[in-house]
Design a protein around this ligand. Structure first.
Ligand code: TYD
Length: 210
């Protein structure tokens, strides 16, 4: 766990339509309203160049290696411009997707070598998430919720099932850093996660009060 920074990095992971964005909005509002320093951001994106790269990588099909490098380029820029500066202050950083997305999508689902993707992840961002919140929903249900399918969603349920398997593999490598929310938490996602954040990081969170 990276406890050398005063900030906390919490990433949100899941297959398409898992409800990450809604959960992030809710957690952001919860801490903001109570006077805590909190930042919500996303990958790919989160800064001007990151957003340009996002448009590029989501709009056209390309070789899986090209895709990998674009995600890592977007990550490097976003990490150094936004995440790292925020973590150097007592801030709760909520990131919609991070390095585990690249392991699940580009490695497990697309077939690029796991360890090489890990190496590139570590090169693009020198900090690991303090907590990975994994929204583990049935990929088929998630796809039904997606309104404007991007090109990953368009690949269908089998691809999403592979992505989910990739997440499960990543989780086995660092189980203590993962917190999984599934159908049984459906109605209580925000309070369940708020409670878990306080349980794990109470001292650090107290310092984030403005
Ligand atoms: P987005 O529309 O934000 O999807 P979602 O709302 O499900 O997060 O598009 C981001 C897409 O980029 C999503 O399909 C997952 C994919 N992605 C990767 O393939 N690798 C990565 O490293 C990241 C960060 C995202």
């Amino acid at each position: 766990m990276n406890r050398s920074n005063p900030g906390l990095l919490v990433s949100f992971e899941g297959t398409e339509g898992s409800g990450k964005s809604t959960l992030i909005k809710g957690i952001h509002a919860h801490f903001k309203q109570r006077g805590y320093r909190v930042l919500a951001t996303r990958e790919p994106g989160g800064c001007p160049l990151g957003e340009t790269l996002r448009t590029l990588v989501l709009s056209s099909s390309m070789h899986p290696k090209t895709e990998l490098f674009l995600y890592e380029a977007a990550r490097s820029e976003h990490f150094h411009q936004v995440i790292l500066p925020a973590l150097s202050t007592p801030t709760l950083v909520l990131c919609d997707r991070f390095t585990d997305s690249t392991l699940a999508y580009q490695s497990y689902a697309r077939g690029l070598p796991w360890e090489e993707v890990n190496t590139l992840n570590n090169l693009a961002s020198s900090v690991q998430p303090d907590l990975v919140v994994f929204l583990d929903i049935d990929p088929e249900k998630g796809l039904k919720r997606a309104r404007n399918p991007n090109r990953f969603e368009a690949e269908g349920v089998e691809f999403q099932a592979q992505v989910r398997m990739g997440y499960l593999k990543a989780r086995t490598e660092n189980p203590e850093r993962w917190f999984t929310l599934d159908d049984q938490h459906f109605r209580t996602l925000i309070p369940t996660l708020v409670q878990e954040l306080w349980r794990r990081f109470g001292k650090a969170l107290e310092c984030m009060k403005i």
